[in-house]
Ligand binder design. Structure first.
Ligand SMILES: O=C(O)CCC(=O)C(=O)O
Ligand SMILES: [Fe+2]
Length: 207
């Protein structure tokens, strides 16, 4: 059984989201889970991953000038993925209880950025689209060095830089999807992350 995220930690995350809309945390995921996720990625056939696309629905397209990562979606019926997804479910419930966010479900993918890859500045949700509400990024890079680059840079609504986050193993960023433009700087070593999005239900919100 996975140890749950503590009530105290959920309080910290909820307070930070109210206060500034984002939070960077380290080591909130039990190590046995992050190590299994990393093990899965080390054994994975990265060339079988999909080339990541930009845009949603029929507007979706591949544009490697904007993003050049390869992705693979997490599935609930996969024993390793479900360890992580269960924790995100605890986060979803904890935040709904504290902030009445109405978070309904969660989608997430592993992303592999090989040397030279990046993801140019973007927002994860269009304003008012009410689909992706809260973004999470979890990093799986145990020996990250400053000269490997690959930082996640978070900007405010006026495009001032708020935070520069090295993608070190165990670090997690959580931010309001509509509010924070962000980018992945060019990486100089293979960089692995799990990006995920809590969504609200269109049915409930009347779309
Ligand atoms: O891997 C990261 O640091 C962030 C990726 C990202 O912004 C995304 O997939 O939308
Ligand atoms: Fe993003």
């Amino acid at each position: 059984m996975i140890s749950p995220l503590s009530e105290a930690l959920l309080d910290v995350i909820a307070d930070a989201l109210v206060d500034k809309g984002y939070v960077i945390l380290s080591d909130i995921i039990p190590q046995e889970i992050s190590l299994t996720l990393l093990g899965k990625m080390r054994a994975a056939q990265i060339w079988e991953f999909e080339q990541a696309a930009i845009g949603r629905g029929i507007e979706q397209q591949i544009n490697t000038d904007i993003r050049a990562d390869k992705i693979s979606w997490l599935e609930n019926d996969d024993a390793i993925d479900s360890g992580y997804l269960n924790l995100m479910e605890q986060l979803r419930e904890g935040l709904n209880l504290r902030l009445f966010m109405g978070l309904f479900d969660y989608e997430s993918h592993y992303a592999v950025y090989e040397t030279g890859a990046f993801y140019r500045k973007h927002v994860d949700a269009l304003k008012g689209s009410q689909n992706r509400i809260l973004s999470t990024v979890f990093f799986l890079n145990p020996h990250w060095q400053p000269d490997h680059g690959g930082e996640l840079v978070i900007y405010d609504e006026d495009d001032s830089q708020l935070d520069t986050v090295p993608p070190r193993m165990g670090t997690m960023a959580i931010f309001l999807s509509e509010r924070f433009p962000h980018e992945v700087r060019e990486t100089f070593a293979t960089r692995i992350s799990i990006a995920g999005w809590f969504r609200v239900s269109h049915a409930i919100h009347g779309f």
